[in-house]
Ligand binder design. Structure first.
Ligand code: ADP
Length: 604
């Protein structure tokens, strides 16, 4: 485990190192590219400045170039040369001074054929050229030979550098001397310096002449060969070492590096020929590059760094977000699995409790069936007890017709013996009707004793009332009770099995008969009423009625005031009423006696 973490950590470090290396590389490359572009822009700027720098120089030279040629045709100059060295040329000196002033030349002077200056714009001054021997100067000898010449060099008297422009003065084909103008290029150089560029001119050997950097003058672009150095010495007529310029090139970036005061600074360098000035001259212009290149490179580096960092940050954020969402999805998946497992556990639990519940339900149904059976048994017991109670009455009911049958039969026998068939036949008919009556009584008893089927059917209420009264007919007659049956003939239908409704009625009638045992004029009123969809059958007696306490416990099992009572009659009757979808209740506030109402749903 620890090894794996270490490996992971190593991997991360390696990745970070690679990322850093790539970052550094990209930043460096961006810097280099930006520097290259900046150098290109600087080069464009330098190339644009080059003609201006060249124009400043060539303009200055061209302006002066004609002056010695014009002077060569000037009569005063000729005259002065004709009488060379014999008089002081003060008039010509003044004229030359005036021209030099106008042309902004540093000096104008006239040299005779012997090479001696006979007149000069600076005559009379301490640095006067008059009387100086210029025979050694190339511009003199060349002009004498070719008619015109130029030479860059240091002044013999002033020691200042300048360009000498010379023109031969002729007198009818015969040379009289040379007119010379010296242009000091200090103004041009100052102009170059002010432009902020480094500008210099080299001759055909690469020796620096005019320059914005005075200390570079007479240095060479590259070390001169011995022959070139000798030729340069001769040409420029000075004893210079022609040391190479402190400029290094070819570093690969197209830039020139200048080593100066122990520092190296980079420049963009451009060059062009100067055909209009002096043959072989070239103009060099260098523009400082360090600041621009560094700024461009730094900006590019910074931009690249920021860009890459931002990209990295973005990549990091995206990776992070993707990782977070992956983790979330994994967590969700885990939760899902957890949920599924919980659901299946719960389902199993539920299935178990469902099975248990089903078992309980079965048990309950079982118990209910038992209760129902018990109830049926009770009801049956109640009916059998009723039958027991009415047995004496029934025996009496049957004995009566049986005794009558015996009498009719004996009489019929006698009639037959006497040959009187007619009255015998009448007696037999009476016997038949008697047996029918007995049959009716026994069939009522049989059906009451039978266990009723569960199925109920539409039953006219009056039939049940008649049935109950008929079951108790013997007792009713013996007790001398007046029975008041429902008024009218209407017999609404209820959904009930006949035996059950009769059982309720028999119970109510028996209780009424019991209660009125010692009453002088016992009376039972049976009422039948219809209210909305209900049928109300009430049994009212004029017995002692029920006190509040007895009324409260009336439908409780085993509540009885009778010696041989069980206290189950009303309980069973109420249950039967409920089974039939109705109720059995004690009517409140009955004036004298008790009244019970069976309330059943009427069917159409
Ligand atoms: P049992 O007839 O076996 O006593 P019942 O449940 O039929 O059981 O009756 C319970 C008791 O209610 C009776 O003992 C009697 O005291 C009282 N009771 C019932 N009907 C009447 C009635 N019509 N008048 C007065 N008391 C009654």
């Amino acid at each position: 485990m620890r090894e794996a973490v270490a490996r992971l950590r190593d991997g991360r470090w390696l990745l970070a190192a690679i990322a850093l290396a790539v970052l550094a590389g990209a930043v460096a490359i961006a810097g280099r590219i930006a520097a290259g572009q900046a150098a290109g822009e600087l080069r464009d700027g330098a190339l644009a400045a080059l003609p201006l720098a060249a124009g400043t120089l060539t303009g200055e030279i061209e302006k002066q170039r004609l002056v010695p040629l014009v002077l060569a045709r000037d009569d005063a100059v000729r005259d002065a040369l004709r009488r060379a060295g014999k008089v002081e040329e003060t008039a010509l000196d003044a004229k030359l001074k005036a021209i030099a002033g106008d042309a902004l030349a540093s000096a104008i002077y006239v040299i005779d054929t012997a090479g001696i200056a006979i007149s000069a714009s600076n005559a009379g001054q301490p640095d006067s050229f008059v009387g100086i021997d210029y025979n050694f100067r190339h511009y003199f000898t060349d002009a004498m030979a070719k008619g015109a010449a130029s030479q860059y060099g240091l002044g013999t008297i002033s020691g200042k550098p300048g360009l000498y422009l010379a023109g031969r003065v002729d007198d009818a084909g015969k040379p009289l001397g040379v007119a010379v103008l010296k242009v000091e290029l200090g103004g041009v150089e100052a102009n170059w310096r002010a432009s902020g560029f480094r500008v210099f001119v080299t001759d055909e050997r690469g020796v620096v002449l005019a320059t914005s950097q005075p200390d570079w003058r007479f240095h060479a672009l590259a070390p001169l060969s011995a022959a070139d150095a000798a030729a340069a010495h001769a040409q420029l007529q000075l004893d210079a070492a022609f040391e190479p310029l402190p400029i290094r090139r070819g570093a690969g970036d197209g830039l020139a590096t200048i080593e100066e005061a122990g520092k190296s600074r980079r420049f963009v360098e451009v060059v062009q020929d100067l055909p209009g000035a002096v043959p072989g001259w070239r103009l060099w212009l260098l523009t400082p590059a360090d600041a621009a290149l560094t700024a461009a490179a730094n900006t590019a580096r910074l931009t690249t760094l920021l860009g890459l960092l931002l990209t990295g940050l973005l990549a990091y954020v995206l990776t992070r977000r993707r990782r977070t969402s992956r983790l979330r999805q994994e967590a969700l998946a885990r939760m899902n699995i957890e949920l599924e497992s919980r659901v299946s556990t719960r389902t199993a639990e539920l299935t178990r409790s469902n099975t248990a519940l089903a078992g309980e339900i079965a048990e309950r149904e079982n118990a209910e069936a038992k209760v129902r059976r018990l109830r049926d048994d009770l009801a049956q017991a109640n009916r059998l007890s009723i039958l027991g109670q009415i047995a004496a009455g029934v025996a009496h009911e049957i004995n009566q017709p049986v005794a009558a049958i015996r009498t009719y039969a004996e009489n019929a026998g006698r009639f037959l013996d006497a040959g009187k068939t007619e009255p015998a036949s009448g007696n037999l008919t009476s016997i038949v009707s008697m047996t029918e009556r007995i049959g009716a009584i026994t069939s009522t008893l049989r059906s009451f004793a039978r266990r009723p089927g569960v199925a109920a059917s539409p039953l006219p209420v009056r039939e049940a009332i008649e049935g109950a009264l008929s079951l108790l007919s013997g007792r009713i007659r013996d007790s001398g009770v007046t029975i008041v049956k429902p008024h009218g003939t209407a017999s609404p239908l209820v959904m009930a099995s006949r035996i059950r409704l009769e059982q309720i009625l028999v119970n109510l009638l028996q209780n009424a008969l019991d209660a009125m045992k010692d009453r002088p004029d016992p009376r039972i009123e049976i009422d039948l009423a219809e209210r909305d969809d209900r049928v109300l059958i009430s049994v009212r007696d004029n017995g002692p009625g029920l006190g509040p306490e007895a009324a409260g416990n009336l439908f409780m099992p085993f509540q009885t005031t009778k010696e041989k009572g069980l206290g189950l009659g009303l309980v069973i009757s109420q249950e039967i009423a409920q089974e039939l979808g109705g109720t059995l209740r004690l009517d409140p506030d009955t004036a004298g006696g008790a009244s019970f109402t069976i309330d059943l749903r009427r069917i159409e």
